[in-house]
Design a protein around this ligand. Structure first.
Ligand code: ATP
Length: 447
């Protein structure tokens, strides 16, 4: 600490007040880092009106997204003990209850975990059944393409698809993406069990429906989808099956993206794909041509988000036809037509049209969507920056506690504040060269 700063601390009441504010702000930040429910704070959208917030703080608070500690890794259990109880089947610590959903791979059941007294959603998949279905994929088969993960998956069976889905889910950790808690996969058993956090309200909407969402609700949910997809793209994953039935609604009123059964993992800035996958009415036009060409993966998710937003508002898809070839033709060539009712704002129309741009190169991008006036309510309701919600703080509880104990001295205040800003609990004033094992005479140290 410089002598100048030390003198100001003793003599200047304004500076002391500023310091008190800093410590208070640090305590707020430290509390946010301390997990209340394991690893994340409860989302809330109420504004913190009592003090002025910076733009970034405000956007983070309003979306309930704060620096958070990484979630517990997915548990993998290779031994499964199955017993028949009085009223239900028990798998290890889980008591299986009623069926809550059905997908094309298997059923989803409510499961009570005796260890932590919580309910989960358990997906049961028959490995034998999936292996038998090899060659008869549930979704459209891929067209020829060169090597890579895309090609590998194309030639693998449905069971490999499930293992790929598990591999993807294991690395995901975001408020708007469903969380895979445990995988029970005993080689001696036919069933593979995927235990998810329970997203109690199920799909955000069924389509078609005569009671779609209001524009306000659609915006609220769509903003969650934006953040979820931004996170997936940041993690180099193209979802490829965004649609209302894969958007589950939590008790907190927020959307969680589910179903990674046809997702692609990519390297670099974007996936270059050539196959068609997903749900026909949500497929982008560039995937439906006979020409052998490659297209951007991110732009496919944007198209599907556009179809989804249309569904939110009108309760049905923008392109529909009795026959699959007719549907493809409409997706490729027909303009988007908005029904007369409900009447929607020009801003929403503009966004849908730009997402459903048939030309992937000119289609609106995710960063542009985040800045669209309809999404951010003409600049009054900003979304958090990518780095604000896509990264997690990899620290232990002990490190958090220790950092808070450092508060009393001004140098510690500056130190911890800097740590919180950098979301790192290593000493930011330590010579970078020391950590890297190089010379101590690195330039640029200013404290
Ligand atoms: N974590 C969860 N919490 C609550 N319900 C869930 C959860 N996961 C799935 N479900 C319910 O189970 C249904 C089937 O989910 P699942 O992921 O097995 O199917 P799917 O793969 O999306 O189906 P499809 O293959 O037909 O698209 C969902 O539509 C939902 O209603």
């Amino acid at each position: 600490m410089s002598a100048d700063k030390a003198n100001r601390l003793d003599l200047d009441p304004d500076y002391n007040a500023e310091l008190a504010d800093m410590v208070a702000a640090m305590n707020v930040a430290a509390n946010r880092l301390t997990p209340s429910n394991g690893y994340r704070t409860t989302p809330h959208r109420l504004s913190l009106s009592d003090r002025k917030l910076s733009l970034q703080e405000r956007s983070s608070y309003q979306n309930g997204i704060t620096p958070r500690i990484a979630r517990r890794p997915t548990i993998e259990s290779k031994r499964v003990s199955i017993s028949d109880g009085d009223d239900c089947v028990q798998l290890n610590q889980y008591k299986l209850k009623s069926q809550i959903g059905k997908g094309s791979y298997g059923v989803v059941k409510l499961a009570y975990n005796e260890d932590d007294d919580q309910y989960y959603a358990m997906k049961l998949v028959s490995k034998k059944k999936l292996m038998k279905q090899y060659g008869f994929p549930r979704r459209r088969p891929s067209r020829e393409s060169n090597g890579s993960q895309e090609n590998l998956l194309k030639h693998s069976g449905l069971l490999d698809r499930v293992y790929q889905e598990i591999a993807i889910l294991k690395k995901l950790d975001h408020l708007n993406v469903v969380n895979l808690v445990e995988v029970l996969d005993d080689p001696a058993e036919d069933n593979l069990h995927m235990v998810f956090e329970l997203v109690p309200k199920g799909p955000v909407m069924e389509i078609p429906t005569d009671s779609p969402l209001t524009e306000e609700m659609a915006r609220f949910y769509f903003r969650d989808v934006i953040l979820g997809i931004e996170y997936l793209h940041y993690q180099k994953i193209i979802h490829r099956d965004i649609k209302p039935s894969n958007l589950l609604l939590g008790d907190d009123g927020h959307i969680k993206i589910a179903d990674f059964g046809v997702s692609n993992v990519f390297e670099g800035n974007d996936a270059l794909l050539s196959d068609s996958a997903g749900t026909p009415a949500f497929m982008a036009p560039e995937t439906l041509t006979d020409q052998d060409h490659r297209f951007s993966g991110k732009a496919l998710d944007i198209w599907a988000m556009g179809v989804t937003l249309f569904c939110f508002i009108f309760g049905r898809c923008p392109f529909h036809d009795e026959y699959i070839l007719g549907l493809h033709e409409k997706i490729r060539t027909a303009p988007v037509e908005f029904p007369d009712m409900p009447v929607i704002s020009d801003g929403l129309k503009d966004l849908i049209i730009r997402m459903l741009d048939k030309v992937p190169e000119t289609r609106i991008t995710l960063p542009e969507i985040k800045l669209h006036p309809w999404v951010m309510l003409d600049g009054t309701d900003l979304l958090p920056l990518e780095e604000e919600h896509c990264t997690v703080v990899e620290v232990t509880e002990e490190e958090v506690q220790n950092s808070v104990k450092l508060v009393p001295s001004l140098s510690a205040v500056i130190l911890v504040k800097s740590m919180l800003r950098k979301r790192s609990f290593s000493n930011p004033f330590e010579y970078p060269s020391r950590r890297q094992g190089r010379s101590m005479s690195a330039p640029g140290l200013t404290v």
